[in-house]
Design a protein around this ligand. Sequence first.
Ligand code: ZN
Length: 166
Amino acid sequence: MLQSALEVNQRRVQFSGLGVSQDGKASAVITSTVSFFKPMRTIGDKLRNGKDLVHPCDRQGAIYCVPCGDCDQKYFGETKMSFKKRKKEHISYIKHFYPEKSALAAHALELEHRMNWSKTQIVAFENDFRRRRFTESFFINSTPNVINEKSSDLFPKICRATFGYN
Ligand SMILES: [Zn+2]
């Protein structure tokens, strides 16, 4: 039953991500992927509406993807705070050698790999904790080559089955 509900939502909802360059400026919408959630507004939409512009890196409740610069793996994370603040934490874990603090830090420290922060994508925003974790789990479990550990509960199984990954 859950699977059919997912399929209905996947057909209905288009999802957009924002690119974030190293100098902190947002680029245009760079990806279009399937998601279950309402599409977020793009930078362009905000400018057209004439509202004040909050940079995606400064907005709270982010789900983000950071690729490794030294291999083809990528890390998905979620945070109640802004990505900018969470990024500082990840970097601090690496600098002070705390691999147990995040899978990103563990990857960077154990393999001596550098993350490609300039290719970070903020893939979604969600202020509700459970929905944010759900969205993060969706991306982790439906994307190949992730640094994160894939979980084995029902939801990830449905994700993997739906998108053809094992
Ligand atoms: Zn790597």
